[in-house]
Design a binder for this molecule. Structure first.
Ligand SMILES: Cc1ncc(C[n+]2csc(CCOP(=O)(O)OP(=O)(O)O)c2C)c(N)n1
Ligand SMILES: [Mg+2]
Length: 353
């Protein structure tokens, strides 16, 4: 039998460079007002992120996972979704939640440790934040299976980190999605660390995108600090999913500029030089440069959106802090549609009935 070589490839996509120049041939069709929406959501995400970090330092908020530096990955991908699609976030999703209309007060409330902030809304198809690493992948794939079964033509987008791609849940989900050609898009926020563990110690694979090949579907790597590339790749993948052509895996190469969470100190495991090098790739700066060159950005516009974002965040904090205390019932009723008998008994006891 003659020897044969089978070869596989993944696309690597980058449209907007660090200086704000966009490759015209690759640029997706995006109206000016939409480019401004991208920018405004990214600025709001950064302001909200910074404010929650300060609230945590003041003891007004619980442990928080910052999205600093990952705004283009989150905003670009979430904007590619249609309202009827489903989003399954993980725990580092400030930008995605902003785009998907999670009320800011709810988002803050959740990080204050109050799960009322993450109740699934009936108006937007968002699942709730998922703290256990990678388990959301199975939930998302299950939802995509249901969409296919019910012949709905909406798609599912699930986010995960680079570390999450080493979990069994991830591989089971990828395999199931490939076998059943499910309408799901996997968006990996490769911020290059899983707490203190760098990607090189997480996997021997040259890219994370190539893992998709083993499961029989396309993997693509995009510059995760390039909002246009993230948007274009996600939009194409979602269209493919809705057309019944199966899943796609998108690796967004980005960098976690902050600590893992407010309980971490990243200076203990990575160098200042490394962080400074990534500062020059800032996703907001490069979009601003592009917009300025197209006459879409002025100092007045910047001042206006900053002030507006700050006011929205302050108002949301007032709302979250003004929420009436949670009743003890919520501790028991949140998990199940119908409360199991055992829990009902415990609730009665807790209320002294
Ligand atoms: C099942 C599970 N194991 C361990 C943890 C503790 N933990 C929280 S975040 C994290 C690393 C996640 O890294 P990655 O997937 O790259 O996401 P990132 O935090 O970098 O966004 C770990 C191990 C957890 N939350 N859930
Ligand atoms: Mg990571």
């Amino acid at each position: 039998m003659p020897k044969e070589t089978m070869s596989f490839s993944i696309d690597v996509l980058s449209i907007l460079d660090e200086n704000g120049y966009a490759d015209r041939g690759l640029m997706p069709d995006i109206a000016d007002h939409q480019i401004k929406s991208f920018y405004e959501a990214m600025v709001l995400a950064r302001i909200l992120d910074d404010r929650i970090l300060k609230l945590q330092r003041e003891g007004r908020c619980g442990t928080y996972a910052s999205s600093l530096g990952q705004e283009a990955t989150q905003v670009g991908s979430a904007f590619a979704l249609k309202d009827e699609d489903w989003m399954f976030p993980y725990f580092r999703e400030t930008g995605s939640h902003i785009v998907r209309k999670t009320p800011l007060a709810n988002y803050i409330l959740y990080w204050m440790g109050d799960e009322r902030g993450m109740k699934i809304s009936s108006s937007v198809n968002n699942f709730l934040e998922c703290i256990p690493v990678s388990t959301q992948v199975l939930h998302a794939v299950g939802a995509a299976f249901a969409m296919k079964h019910k012949r709905r033509n909406n798609a599912v987008l699930v986010y995960m980190g680079d570390g999450a791609t080493s979990k069994g849940d991830f591989h089971e989900g990828m395999n199931f999605a490939g076998v059943f050609r499910l309408p799901v898009v996997f968006v990996c926020q490769n911020n290059q660390y899983a707490i203190s563990v760098p990607v090189s110690m997480q996997t021997a694979s040259g890219t994370i995108a190539q893992k998709a090949i083993a499961y029989g579907f396309d993997g693509v790597r995009v510059d995760g600090n390039d909002v246009f590339a993230v948007f274009a790749a996600t939009k194409a993948a979602l269209e493919k999913a809705r057309a019944g052509k199966g899943p796609t895996f998108i690796e967004c190469l980005t960098y976690r500029m902050g600590d893992h969470t407010t309980s971490d100190d990243a200076t203990r495991y990575r160098s200042k030089e490394e962080v400074d090098a990534w500062r020059t790739k800032d996703p907001i700066e490069r979009l601003r440069r592009y917009m300025e060159s197209k006459g879409l950005w002025t100092k007045d516009y910047e001042d206006f959106i900053r002030k507006d974002s700050e006011e929205r965040v302050e108002q949301a904090i007032r709302e979250a802090e003004g929420m009436p205390e949670q009743g003890i019932e919520d501790l028991f009723s949140f998990m199940y549609e119908k409360m199991p008998d055992k829990l009902a008994e415990q609730l009665k006891e807790a209320k002294g009935e």
